[in-house]
Ligand binder design. Structure first.
Ligand code: 5GP
Ligand code: MN
Ligand code: MN
Length: 292
């Protein structure tokens, strides 16, 4: 079943680009920003592939999940086979080394289902962000602040992306953990210019984009009924990068898939609002490029 890949899977580090993207004047009020933009940006439901769709020889099957919060072994849906598994962050609750090891061990049990597994961190992977932006570091375990160990050294059986890109089967996949500041968690970045500088590192030629937080307007609606996604991420996607797919999570209660006619946006949050792992994975296929 496995498709041979001659492609390099060595992560490509990415530098900040100078771009023309402008900060939205409503950036700190994303719900108001979306109220204006929704009149001009098309948003349609994307027809999700059923979970039992066979894996085709001439297509690369992506299976997407996020926000498993140390409950990946207790998901209500089985993870179907594919070629590439993507996890868009929040695989733990606090980034403890024990939980990272548990997650890595679970990934090993999926070896017969996937050739590659791609993981990014989310705001709950506290130990991955030792900067002072991360005010929650040490909240769950005071010892963590002085723990010199790098949790990335314990994350095994996958490709970990953090502002880096891999090329697999000729498909370029970029991943980054950032989300707009909320509560002072890991990889929080202020809206506007600071977060735009992070998105300016996404290469123009990226086909599949993975971030932890959603863009404005797609999979970003919280229980109160308002949008909290990132304006600058949406603008970067629509006006510069134009990836075929954008996979994210973070807002558990807006699981689903949409398209603006150019990019397909997927929020495959497995945990619901109450951190119960009840939602299904989301699948998509990309034609396998002909080798030449
Ligand atoms: P997590 O703590 O797993 O990152 O996020 C869990 C939940 O917190 C989300 O499903 C959402 O309800 C809420 N949340 C996360 N980020 C934001 C935000 O920026 N604004 C608001 N209002 N809620 C958020
Ligand atoms: Mn989460
Ligand atoms: Mn999150």
């Amino acid at each position: 079943l496995f498709k041979p890949s001659k492609m390099s899977i060595i992560p490509i580090p990415c530098e900040e680009l100078s771009t023309e993207i402008k900060v939205n004047s409503n950036t700190n009020n994303p719900d108001a920003a979306w109220n204006v933009l929704k009149e001009i940006i098309p948003k349609n439901c994307y027809n999700q592939l059923p979970l039992d769709t066979p894996v085709y020889e001439n297509k690369v099957r992506f299976v997407c999940i996020s926000d498993t919060h140390s409950k990946i072994d207790r998901m209500h849906h089985e993870i179907p086979s594919g070629d590439i598994l993507i996890h868009a962050g929040d695989f733990t609750n606090s980034g403890s080394i024990d939980d990272v090891i548990k997650f890595s061990n679970f990934l090993k049990t999926l070896d017969h289902k996937f050739t590659h597994k791609i993981i990014i961190a989310g705001n709950h992977e506290l130990s991955f962000d030792k900067t002072k932006n991360n005010k929650m570091l040490g909240f769950f375990d005071k010892n963590k602040i002085n723990d010199q160990r790098d949790p990335r050294d314990f994350l095994e059986n996958c490709i970990y992306l953090e502002e880096s890109m891999v090329e697999i089967y000729g498909i370029k996949i970029y991943g980054a953990p950032w989300q707009p500041t909320f509560g002072g968690w890991a990889f929080n970045v202020d809206r506007g210019e600071p977060i735009l500088k992070k998105w300016n590192k996404i290469p123009d030629n990226c086909d599949v984009l993975i971030t932890h937080g959603p863009p404005l307007g797609f999979g970003d609606k919280v229980n109160g009924g308002y949008h909290v996604g990132c304006c600058e991420l949406l603008t970067t996607i629509r006006e510069r990068v134009r990836p075929k797919y954008h996979i994210f999570g973070h807002i558990h209660e807006d699981h689903g898939a949409w398209t603006d006619g150019q990019t397909t946006y997927l929020n495959p949050s497995i945990c619901n609002f109450r951190y119960v792992p009840s939602n299904p994975p989301i699948l998509f296929d990309i034609d396998l490029p002909e080798e030449g």
